[in-house]
Design a binder for this molecule. Structure first.
Ligand code: KG4
Ligand code: ZN
Length: 358
């Protein structure tokens, strides 16, 4: 079975060719970060417009890279939820039009669930991904710019949400932290890189616990603590809060220390909730056999390392996506679509896009 997959839920326009069971033949991604950088975040209207311009070129590139003719495709898969609605509509319209013209089924895929399938994709660098028997039930950690969600994962398409962020997503917190420090956008990779030169104990930033059993995250307190540490406590003025200092006053070394300290606290929050989720799964009678990690923040070197340590402590494997499958991509959409098709879970041309996860 050969799938053409499309992803346009946020600011990456992506297409891929994936073959059963989970072999990625090509994965083409056109990132829009340059278009959104000057606004410090994704502007939905700009994203939709850029998707319209890029969608067919990226589909053609994915087919060309896979050396696959379009009429050899058995189904068209597309992210149809959750995401920016205008952005999702570009992908789902393209996918349904292609499916109609090729007379093949269209398959709508849930984006966050697909992030947690990314570690199980096969390609030339990773020809033997783990088999289901060695993965499920798994603890799933989806850490991205839009989501920070903990799941109990019983199968690729059977996920139960155990917790999530009550305010900022973890990637959003990295991006805001970078903005506070006067670094560019997107902030995650920049903080990661700077942190490797900094002292992670330079500042003691808070890790939110949210009560003793909570599996939810909160990152807004960490962000505010960083803001006050960098700029001092603000005083109210008629023109809004006035800070004691500006980020421009920081030396490179001070910025590196803030990045390392922020990253330590963000990772500690992930580890704390992952520990609790493992304990919760154990006491519910189905301990996790592995940990599945996915999303743009799964690229973070500190979080990868700390989760490796956690997995070792518990004697269970951590399945991390290859770096190219951390950020939004269509390979993970095609991979999960194959599993849905095997279960008879395909859609009609009336496929709807939805901004929410359900
Ligand atoms: O999964 P993704 O491409 O988009 C969503 O589905 O939201 O994630 C993008 C997010 C951005 O917030 C970006 O700053 C973050 O992933 N990110 C990182 C790293 N690389 C990307 N965050 C921390 N460390 C990184 N190395
Ligand atoms: Zn994503």
């Amino acid at each position: 079975m050969r799938i053409l997959a499309i992803e346009t839920s946020c600011d990456e326009t992506a297409a891929a060719v994936v073959e059963s069971p989970a072999l990625v033949r090509s994965s083409a991604v056109a990132s829009q970060t340059d278009l959104h950088a000057e606004y410090g975040g994704v502007v939905p209207e700009i994203a939709s417009r850029a998707h319209v311009e890029r969608i067919m070129p990226i589909v053609r590139r994915a087919l060309r890279d896979a050396d696959a003719a379009i009429d050899t495709v058995d189904a068209v898969a597309v992210t149809n939820r959750p995401g920016l609605i205008g952005a999702l509509l570009v992908g789902s319209s393209a996918a349904t039009a292609l499916a109609w013209s090729l007379n093949v089924p269209v398959v709508g895929v849930q984006h966050i669930h697909a992030h947690l399938y990314a570690p199980l994709l096969a390609d030339h660098d990773n020809p033997d991904p783990p088999a289901d028997d060695n993965v499920y039930p798994a603890l799933g950690l989806a850490l991205s710019g839009g989501h920070s969600t903990i799941y109990r994962v019983d199968a690729p398409t059977r996920l139960t949400r155990l917790g999530g962020t009550i305010d900022d997503a973890i990637g959003e917190a990295f991006d805001k932290a970078a903005a506070i420090l006067g670094l560019g956008y997107p902030g995650g990779p920049l903080i990661d890189q700077r942190a490797s030169h900094g002292d992670d104990r330079a500042h003691d930033l808070p890790v939110s616990r949210l009560g003793k059993d909570s599996l939810d995250f909160s990152f807004s307190g960490l962000k505010t603590a960083l803001l006050y540490a960098v700029r001092g406590t603000p005083t109210a003025t008629p023109d809004g809060p006035a800070f004691e200092r500006s980020a421009d006053d920081l030396t490179d070394e001070q910025i590196n220390d803030f990045c390392a300290s922020f990253q330590r606290a963000a990772s500690a929050a992930v580890i704390l909730k992952a520990e609790r989720a493992i304990a919760a799964m154990q006491s519910s009678g189905s301990p996790p056999q592995s940990i599945l990690l996915g999303g743009g923040v799964a690229a973070n070197s500190r979080i990868r390392r700390d989760l490796d340590d956690l997995a070792n402590r518990h004697g269970i494997p951590l399945h991390k996506p290859a770096m190219r499958y951390c950020i939004d991509n269509a390979a993970m959409i095609g991979g999960l679509a194959i599993r849905q098709i095997e279960l008879g879970d395909t859609d009609t041309l009336a496929l709807k896009a939805s901004p929410t996860a359900a």
